[in-house]
Design a protein around this ligand. Structure first.
Ligand code: ADE
Length: 322
């Protein structure tokens, strides 16, 4: 059987990101009343918080088609032209990882976004000339984990810019309860709450862990997932009481053992744990900062005393980890 999607389809089913939802509701209604395409939308924030889901929801609420692609997968101008030329009036074009669009492709988007046309250059040398190609009005939804990496000409062409933030435990509990219903498993409120607390504020993590806990429950012949089962499952998955995984702990331990807790630059952090710098910056660091295990200083990142305590290490009094 095909697994049902855990993604909500409407704004009313979408849990959390309340301010963003309320804003989008207004902009969507206004665009519909004017019978215009919704203005272009930039969604940014850490991975797994629901940027793609929100793009699907927006298209669904607008009642239009959604075309979906990613920045790094478009390498020829023709790829983008092909996608743009298939759009119907009002459609949504979703570009994930929009900060990784090649520069020449990005430049094609400028006129497409601003005035709904593209100029395609055909021929070579003296024969070269541009063909003016009109497009239907459409909505570009761009998603990125790093708004700072977007060029300013591109960023300035998005009329609606929304920053997704980590979900609180109450919201994640609701998402887990909804997902459990979709997956047809029973989880107690305490179980959902424990799972929520240890899911890095991230629905994608919560839903992935829920599926793994469901596996443990299935094999143990349990009808219901409760808090002790969540705890023992997460312990096996090496997700600790604060929701940190092996890589999070490795990062903190490395900074302590090799650099006395920092300051350490991003590049050094990445090299020492064998991850891409972009991954450290987009995935690991934001949550560790938000939870107060890391702090930023002008000279680099430093481990906090909270991190030493969490790892069961003595807090040094000399290195400034206050
Ligand atoms: N599944 C994943 N993210 C969700 C969200 N924000 N609301 C409801 N269900 C979700």
């Amino acid at each position: 059987a095909v697994e049902k999607s855990l993604r909500p389809q409407t704004l009313s089913q979408y849990i959390g990101q309340t301010k963003i939802k309320h804003e989008l509701q207004v902009y969507i209604q206004a665009a519909q009343k004017r019978q215009e395409a919704l203005d272009h939308v930039l969604l940014y924030g850490p991975p797994g918080l629901g940027k793609t889901t929100l793009a699907l929801v927006i298209a669904h609420e607008l009642g239009v088609n959604l075309r979906s692609t990613t920045g790094p997968s478009i390498d020829k101008a023709g790829d983008l032209v092909a996608i743009l030329s298939e759009l119907q009036p009002g459609d949504v074009l979703f570009i994930d990882e929009v900060h990784r669009l090649p520069k020449n492709i990005e430049e094609i988007l400028y006129s497409a976004m601003e005035d709904f046309f593209i100029d395609i250059v055909v021929g070579q040398g003296a024969e070269a000339h541009a063909i003016h190609y009109p497009l239907p009005p459409f909505t570009l939804i761009g998603a990125t984990t790093q708004a700072g990496q977007l060029s300013s000409p591109l960023r300035s062409r998005f009329g609606i810019i929304e920053h997704l933030t980590y979900y609180n435990t109450t919201e994640l509990t609701q998402i887990i309860q909804r997902s459990a219903t979709v997956l047809n498993v029973t989880i107690t409120l305490e179980g959902a709450h424990e799972l929520a607390r240890r899911s890095r504020g991230t629905p994608r993590v919560a839903n992935r862990l829920l599926k793994r806990v469901r596996d443990f429950a299935q094999v143990a012949g349990r009808q219901e997932i409760d808090a002790p089962l969540v705890s023992s499952s997460l312990q096996q998955l090496q997700v600790d009481s604060a929701g940190l995984d092996q890589t999070d702990r490795k990062l903190l331990q490395m900074m302590i053992q090799l650099y006395h807790g920092g300051p350490v630059g991003l590049k050094t952090m990445a090299v020492n744990i064998g991850e891409e710098q972009e991954t450290v910056e987009a995935v690991y660091e934001p949550y560790l900062l938000q939870q107060g295990f890391l702090k930023r200083t002008s000279r680099g990142r430093m481990v906090t005393s909270k991190a030493y305590q969490h790892l069961g290490l003595p807090v040094p009094d000399q290195n400034g980890a206050k």
